[in-house]
Design a protein around this ligand. Structure first.
Ligand code: ATP
Length: 243
């Protein structure tokens, strides 16, 4: 059988008494785009971090781009682009120096061209030689998008990538993600905007208290359907103390 681009089986993650993930099963084929929705504290960031090799699971099997996460190293990280709550940028380096650092680490060919291209794409060409610590929050987010794409990864793991972006940058990112849907790249996006999930992806899933409680194809799904499903599965009110 064909190797899926992303596979999780019976994945769990505990933080002491907190069950952040309680048995996640997930399978995405190459080229598929999944949006994960869910309330604050549902486990979305934890899941993205585990898939991105930034955190170890408590138990379960995870394979990404053909690599078993338990034994994967640099070769897998070259195939993954991640946008998370942390920017993974060096504040005392310029935008250009950050991208050069990551590009070299990943062995990017024609790096200067790539740097020029991604800076142009995220609208930071004019600020390329400024230190990142002088950037506004949205500018740092734009640069972390560029950082995630500098090595042309085949798996993109995007945890609330729209946070802090203004209208222009939001449009830029949506256009970028639409273009990255080229049948080759596999994408998982987390967002609180149900409409973004519908606009961009092939599948939507809802994560509640560490479990995927809903998964559906986007084709034929309306925003009203998704809103209904969301509140039906999450509840009209959401409390953490019933976990
Ligand atoms: P949000 O929408 O607010 O970003 P989320 O769905 O991304 O939420 P997570 O950040 O994955 O949620 O958190 C899931 C649960 O795990 C929460 O109860 C959170 O408090 C807990 N948690 C996450 N990281 C840690 C940690 N390092 N130590 C202890 N608990 C943690």
């Amino acid at each position: 059988m064909k190797e899926p681009a992303i596979l999780a089986e019976a994945l769990t993650k505990d933080f002491g008494p907190i069950h952040a993930l309680s048995g996640i099963d997930l399978r995405l084929e190459k080229g598929e785009f999944l949006t994960i929705l869910g309330p604050n504290g549902a486990g979305k960031t934890t899941l993205i971090k585990i898939l991105a090799t930034l955190m170890r699971p408590t138990s379960g099997l995870v394979r990404v781009a053909g690599y078993d996460l338990a034994e994967a190293g640099e070769a897998l990280r070259r195939r993954i682009g991640v946008i998370s709550h942390q920017t993974y940028l060096y504040e005392n380096l310029t935008a250009y120096e950050n991208l050069r650092f990551y590009g070299r680490m990943y062995g990017v060919q024609d790096l200067e061209d790539h740097i020029r291209g991604v800076l142009e794409e995220v609208g930071l060409k004019g600020r390329r030689d400024h230190l990142v610590r002088t950037y506004s929050r949205g500018m740092q987010q734009r640069l972390s998008i560029a950082r995630a794409l500098i090595h042309d990864p085949s798996v993109l793991l995007l945890d609330e990538p729209y946070t802090g972006l203004d209208q222009h940058a939001t449009r830029m990112l949506t256009g970028l993600l639409a273009r990255l849907r080229d049948g080759e790249r596999t994408v998982i996006l987390t967002t609180h905007q149900l409409s973004q999930g519908l606009e961009l992806s092939d599948f939507v899933a809802i994560l509640v208290r560490g479990r995927i409680v809903y998964q559906e194809k986007v084709a034929g799904l309306s925003l009203a359907d998704l809103e209904d499903a969301y509140f039906q599965h999450v509840g009209q009110e959401y409390r953490w103390d019933t976990q």
